[in-house]
Design a protein around this ligand. Structure first.
Ligand code: LMR
Length: 334
């Protein structure tokens, strides 16, 4: 009886080991066959880009029927600002979504997008990116070994600072503003007497807190999710510039994929873009209200006359870029 029980126990143990072995072998090999994509970005999870990155991951994994696995690294966890662009070309990550401003270091023509008061509405932005501007940028990116998957919205930038209410352009004089790495953003602040300083996104909070910079320009959702509003007492609702993103992979990674998975990547990007563009407006409006409700920030809203003066003065710098006249006119008049 004892022998019989021992025999049964042994048989059971062998069976369990065999099942585990085959299960782990088969799932192990599947795991190995999976194409792993690292998606690095700098924004918080609860932002248009953060949510779109997650949506894109889910779409890609679903549409590829598990052949692709995406690991999303938000909040500059993996790479900061321009480092992510180099990392993409080196193959350390496969997807990034930098702002067009940061891509100016690779494709200077993106500076056009940074011109203040260029896009009268988000509809103009979409028409430009889905039209002449977008086609040109796509081709220029290809020349630099990038593959453009989509244009995503950030939104309009507002002007925040910790020193004083900014209502007139002369209030900007002498203040230090953090900018993304773009020559046009530099020119924009210099034109009105401000001191621009390039800093990575992940350093802005501390720089504001410690007084290394006096202010920065960003969307409502970035000012909220990065808690800038806690260390910049004043925000002027200027809507003076547009923050937009590129969804990019490298040409090398793209070429390494079979045509069916390239198609999956394009389809997932298209679906996500539709979702992202709607979300961008919703989240920006939501976070504007959250900042107001916090009571920590004094919001200055420009009158129509004041806004006209801001627009006219900032647009004076367009004259310094005659080479982009056609692109500027297209963006303004869509
Ligand atoms: C910034 O650096 O201010 C923004 O581009 C961050 C982002 O990607 O939203």
């Amino acid at each position: 009886m004892l022998d019989f029980q021992r025999g049964r126990f042994l048989l059971g143990t062998v069976a369990v080991i065999a099942v585990c072995f085959f299960a782990s072998c088969s799932s192990g090999s599947k795991e190995q066959d999976k194409i792993k994509i690292k998606f690095s970005h700098v924004a918080a999870v609860d932002t248009p880009k953060g949510k779109a990155a997650q949506f894109f991951k889910e779409e890609l994994e679903k549409l590829s029927k598990g052949q692709i696995e995406v690991l999303v690294y938000p909040n500059s966890q993996l790479f900061r600002d321009n480092d992510a662009i180099t990392a993409l070309l080196m193959g350390s990550v496969q997807i990034i979504s930098p702002s067009t401003s940061k891509m100016t270091t690779m494709v200077p023509e993106f500076q056009v997008v940074d011109l203040p008061y260029l896009f009268p509405s988000i509809d103009n932005v979409h028409k430009s990116f889905d039209g002449m501007l977008g086609t040109l940028f796509g081709a220029l990116l290809e020349q630099k070994n990038f593959k453009l998957l989509a244009y995503w919205d950030g939104g309009y930038k507002q002007l925040g600072n910790s020193r004083r209410v900014i209502r007139k352009l002369s209030d900007i004089k002498g203040l230090k503003f953090r900018i993304m790495s773009s020559k046009v953003l530099e020119a924009q602040f210099r034109h009105v007497g401000g001191n621009p300083q390039v800093l990575p996104f992940s350093e802005v909070y501390t720089a504001l807190e410690q007084g290394v910079i006096d202010g920065q320009e960003n969307t409502w959702f970035n000012s909220y999710s990065q808690k800038f509003f806690e260390v910049q007492k004043y925000i002027t609702e200027t809507n003076h510039g547009y923050l937009g993103y590129l969804l990019l992979t490298s040409q090398k990674f793209w070429d390494s994929l079979p045509p069916d998975l390239q198609a999956v990547l394009s389809e997932a990007a298209e679906k996500t873009t539709e979702y992202e563009r709607k979300l961008a407006v919703e989240i920006d409006t939501r976070d504007r209200q959250r900042i107001i409700d916090s009571g920590k920030t004094e919001i200055t809203v420009l009158t129509a006359e004041e806004r006209d003066i801001w627009m006219k003065t900032f647009r004076e710098i367009y004259g310094d870029y005659p080479q982009w006249k056609e692109l500027i006119d297209a963006a303004l008049n869509h």
